[in-house]
Design a protein around this ligand. Sequence first.
Ligand SMILES: Cc1cc2nc3c(=O)[nH]c(=O)nc-3n(C[C@H](O)[C@H](O)[C@H](O)COP(=O)(O)OP(=O)(O)OC[C@H]3O[C@@H](n4cnc5c(N)ncnc54)[C@H](O)[C@@H]3O)c2cc1C
Length: 460
Amino acid sequence: MNQTPLSKFKRTLENLLGKDKFLTKEEDLLSYSYDSSYLIRLPSCVALPEKKEEVVEILRLAQKYKVPVISRGAGTATTGSPLPHKGGVVICFSKMNRILEFNEEERIVRVEPGVLNGELKNFLKKYGFFYPPDPASYAFSTIGGNVATGAGGPKGLKYGTTKDYVLALEVVLPGGKVLKTGPSTLKCAVPYNLTPLFIGSEGTLGVFTEIVLKVIPLPSKRVLFVSIHEREEEPLDIISELLKKRITPACAEFVDKTTLLALIKGNILNLFQNKNFSSLLFLELDGEKETLNKEMILVENFYKELKIFFEKAEDEKIIENLWEIRRSISPSLKILGKKRFAEDVVVPRRFMKELLFRIRNIEKEEGLYISCFGHAGDGNFHVNILFDPENEKKALKTREKILKEVLKLSGTISGEHGVGYIKRDFVNLELSPLQIEIMKKLKKVFDPDGILNPQVKIPD
Ligand SMILES: Cc1cc2nc3c(=O)[nH]c(=O)nc-3n(C[C@H](O)[C@H](O)[C@H](O)COP(=O)(O)OP(=O)(O)OC[C@H]3O[C@@H](n4cnc5c(N)ncnc54)[C@H](O)[C@@H]3O)c2cc1C
């Protein structure tokens, strides 16, 4: 019988990994055919390696048989980045989920890529340490996926995002070579530093098998203010004023009036009943007791001066319950449209109000709900265009209009979710032909046959 390269690849891998760690039945493959976007792509097979040596072998065989390789963490990406757009093997890292080393003196932790962000946080908390990057998906997304997307979250304002914590990586390249990037030291000036190149590379340059992260001491206390605003854009003014007063909140999360509507319709927001308001601001301060108290009084007085109505929480349980409202936003938006385009645009902070104003105009022009919430402290709005299937064309036009407005305001089309498959065509609007040409050459250096996550990130 004449065997295709794919069937030879599959047979060899099945012998190597065994049936428990190598899936080929359609009913098993279905679980790996989706992410949090609207796309569905069935893989040819799925590998569940338990150790680096197995990943090396998968990449050696994939290069030999020219089979696409798609890395997958938890599949929570919103862009189609962990999906097999041209078939191939999905490597899922759910079995490589060990915390390998924690060194308090060096303040570093070494992990396998399948460790969940939330598990790492809980582990470090026992020792009084902290890994700040906190995508809203932190309880169920992996560190490997976070590094590959360059994930951020509410705490980005004060603590930065994933890129600020990755010290070194172990990466397997097509053909099976193992590349170690960077030492695990806090400083290194020996060129070129390859680590940042892989952060946000969305599986297109190599496959991570180990990640060394910087950690910091856990702040001893935090306080959360949740305020309501009649003027929708008022929270954006407040953030600017607080930053000018040299207060850096740990988080400043904005909830606009369309998002509020979804929360109220879905009975998720039962706070502030009988009050008239158009937006919310979640403002968290953290730090050591004395400094925190001073900042807390300053914020309280500032809010009182402006006659802003707010709730303040200092108890950990109440704080977490209030944050649950913020984390419920994404699922609650379904009430305003069966489908959505989820964008994560960023503009310089000074243009946020202008962007909100332009989005409200587009919302009126197109007659679709556009929710606009998120990490307002660092200029990052999660813009969700909500629509029913019959309005898909209109939603596509709306998306293009919004992304163009973002670029006119010196912004970027993605702050943290990445480009994936869905936003690939818009990259040409943001980057120059020279930038794209250099990126294509870089991709060829690491992946000469283009087998890593084809059709993701870089436009054709
Ligand atoms: C409800 C919800 C809220 C979200 N909130 C946020 C948010 O606040 N901030 C934010 O940044 N994102 C957010 N996201 C998006 C998503 O959770 C992040 O992009 C996350 O980093 C993806 O992690 P994952 O483990 O699910 O990776 P996957 O979705 O499986 O993969 C994402 C990318 O990483 C690559 N990858 C995975 N593992 C490896 C590896 N070992 N080596 C090389 N490449 C690899 C994949 O190929 C793919 O390109 C949210 C998603 C949901 C569903």
